[in-house]
Design a binder for this molecule. Structure first.
Ligand code: BEZ
Ligand code: FE
Length: 292
């Protein structure tokens, strides 16, 4: 009988002693997951050699993270976000053929029942901020337009807040809308130039970021969920490449392929064509969906 088979704990055999106890797990996947997690966790503890006080500090951090959660706030997801785990899980679950648009995190501010609008609608209901036109095409990986694609878009306002964070201050459903493409696969709508904003940082995750010398900001972006029958749903953002936080997103959501061009149009006749009376930002971005 090997030392660990006796079930007696030793520092050297710690992984085998613990994982061996799970031999009768009812679910093979659970057993596999716990085997890996136990192995990696013990490896980390052996490398770090925490004092009892440090281990208790870690326990209290997780306890505080749990206490911060309620119906509206999910501090564990935020923790997963700032550790890059949300993006890693997303990447593993959205591998696509080359040429298809890349996914990024959903985030907590999507609202399921945003209003459907005709193309060209201004989704900025309070008209606060710098005007913007967003346009492009929904294509398949062969470059063909996709008819009937649903584009669900939402964004923060010019001060970096979503409508749901400023109820009573911003109109309900401000800067949200659902559009559907016609036969040419094109989309366009009006909005305002979004601003960077901090992820909720008044809890243990915000304190961790501060202790690590990290800022809590996400660079300016627009969120999209693009769906079409027969295609892999795309949950993504497009980003302003000139944002001060473009290279240091607190949740690692930026991918190079998702940088859009934000061009300032000062020509009054072009502005008039899209229904603005002054300068506006013109943003063009095509999305490519992969077949399922
Ligand atoms: C967002 O982009 O809406 C977001 C993503 C992750 C954490 C917090 C906010
Ligand atoms: Fe966001």
């Amino acid at each position: 009988m090997q030392a660990h088979e006796k079930g007696y704990f030793t520092e050297a055999d710690s992984v085998e002693v613990v994982t061996g106890r799970n031999a009768n797990a009812k679910d093979a996947r659970l057993r596999e997951v716990m085997e890996v997690i136990t192995r990696k966790l013990h490896e980390a503890v052996k490398e770090i050699e925490p004092t009892q006080e440090e281990w208790f500090q870690a326990i209290m951090f997780l306890t505080d993270t749990g206490h911060k959660c309620d119906e509206w706030r999910q501090e564990f997801i935020l923790l997963s976000d700032v550790l890059g785990v949300s993006m890693l899980v997303d990447a593993i679950n959205s591998r696509r053929p080359s040429g298809a648009s890349e996914n990024t995190v959903l985030g907590p501010f999507h609202v399921a029942d945003a209003p459907a609008y005709p193309m060209g609608t201004n989704i900025c209901l309070d008209h606060k901020g710098e005007d913007m036109v967003v346009r492009g095409r929904i294509l398949d990986t062969d470059g063909n337009p996709i008819e009937g694609a649903k584009i669900d878009v939402w964004q923060a306002n010019d001060e970096g807040f979503y409508d749901v964070q400023q109820k009573g201050h911003q109109p309900d459903f401000n800067l949200r809308g659902v559009f559907r493409t016609g036969a040419d696969g094109t989309y366009w709508f009006k909005a305002v130039k979004p601003k960077y904003y901090p992820i909720p940082d008044d809890g243990p995750v915000g304190k961790l970021l501060a202790d690590l010398g990290r800022h809590p900001n996400r660079p300016a972006h627009l969120h999209y969920i693009v769906t079409a029958d027969g295609y892999d749903p795309l949950t993504t953002h497009i980003f302003d490449p000139d944002d001060p936080y473009i290279n240091s997103d607190a949740v690692f959501g930026v991918k190079e392929s998702l940088l859009a061009d934000f061009n300032l149009v000062e020509d009054r006749s072009r502005a008039a064509e899209v229904g603005f009376d002054g300068p506006y930002w013109d943003v063009e971005f095509d999305f490519v969906l992969a077949k399922v």
